[in-house]
Write a protein that binds this ligand. Structure first.
Ligand code: UDP
Length: 326
């Protein structure tokens, strides 16, 4: 069988780089694209020597073109942490809306199947727990998270419109909190924040009283779910995440135990519109993809901690949030 070609946007980011690895392993030709605002070329450096890997430094919010045949497009370009979208709100809106439109146009021209990275943020601060795909969400469009949430909601809407109006083959994955090696230590998310603080011997910054919940999925499980969804014939949105729900306070306790830090948690104000609870209902993924997460939090956290520990000391000590290729 001829080798398939896949375009992956956000390829130098956390999830994008793991997707590049997976599709290289499956013997695809991978065309990687990133504008490197939040991505880091070190995540994909090891692939540059391969003949079936190409990289374009490009912002997909502007017209996108790649020569030759294209079988699949995975749109994973977007800032994805609350700190990021506070700092670069307009780019966040543009990559989810204009970027998605450009890539849908490209998919149509190439007759490619397109999968978009949506998010549990489409559910906002949910009134229903766990969240099934049928839940419409509780989103504040003009709050600080609105730039991400609404871009992703628009992204789902335009993707579904291309599917129904143009007959384009599309897939929509709603990604819940995911962690693992290659997360940015300074992206402001709770896991890198807590581990970074433990490594620097600082107190862990718990927002609010820590009673809000999240459900953390290890990256390898997520990538497997996305791989299966892409190859399924299911065009409706699909939750992929780990339903093992935990409060942020319990999570902090786990990090304290894992790292052996002598520090404790301090409480800082809860950010505006911070969801109080989040847990995926994965009934559909189980039934349609035969997928469920395999890696426990204790296993996944150990691997992730080893990764952060192995970073250069200078990076571990660098506390400011980072956005550019350092
Ligand atoms: N959080 C925290 N301390 C931090 C960073 C985040 O307590 O230093 C909390 C945050 O308020 C939220 C949860 O951890 O309730 C997850 O935050 P994150 O930014 O990782 O992702 P979110 O799920 O909110 O998009």
């Amino acid at each position: 069988m001829a080798r398939k070609t896949i375009l992956i946007t956000g390829a130098a980011g956390f999830l994008g780089s793991h997707l590049c690895d997976r599709f290289i392993k499956e013997d695809y030709k991978v065309i990687a694209m990133d504008n490197l605002i939040t991505g880091d070329l070190r995540n994909i450096e090891h692939l540059f020597k391969l003949e079936n890997f190409e990289f374009y430094n490009h912002d997909v919010s502007k017209f996108v073109y790649v020569p030759g045949d294209l079988d699949y497009i995975l749109h994973f370009a977007s800032p994805a942490s609350p700190i990021d979208y506070l700092k670069i709100p307009i780019q966040t809106l543009k990559v989810g809306s204009l970027g998605t439109h450009n890539l849908l146009g490209l998919a149509r021209a190439k007759k490619a199947r397109m999968l978009i990275a949506s998010t549990s943020e489409v559910y906002g601060d949910p009134n229903v727990n766990p969240q099934p795909e049928e839940y419409w969400g509780n989103v504040n469009p003009v709050g600080p998270r609105g730039v991400y949430d609404e871009a992703k909601r628009f992204q789902e809407a335009i993707t579904m419109a291309y599917h129904t109006f143009h007959g384009l083959e599309t897939r929509i994955v709603r990604i819940f909190n995911t962690y693992g090696p290659r997360m940015r230590l300074n992206d402001g998310r709770v896991l890198p924040a807590f581990i970074g603080q433990a490594l620097r011997g600082e107190p862990l910054t718990m927002f609010g009283d820590g009673s809000q919940t999240r459900s953390f999925c290890y990256v390898d499980d997520l990538i497997e779910g996305i791989y299966r969804l892409l190859h399924s014939d299911y065009a409706q949105p699909m939750n992929i995440g780990n339903p093992d729900e935990i409060t942020i306070k319990q999570f902090g306790d786990e990090i304290i135990k894992l790292t052996g830090t002598d520090q404790e948690m301090i409480s800082l104000p809860l950010p505006t519109d911070d969801p109080k609870q989040r847990r995926p209902d994965i009934t559909k993924a189980r039934a349609i993809l035969g997928w469920e997460p395999k890696v426990s939090r204790s296993e996944g956290l150990k691997i992730t901690y080893e990764y952060f520990k192995s970073l250069p000391e200078k990076e571990i000590q660098h506390k400011d949030f980072t956005y550019y290729n350092k």
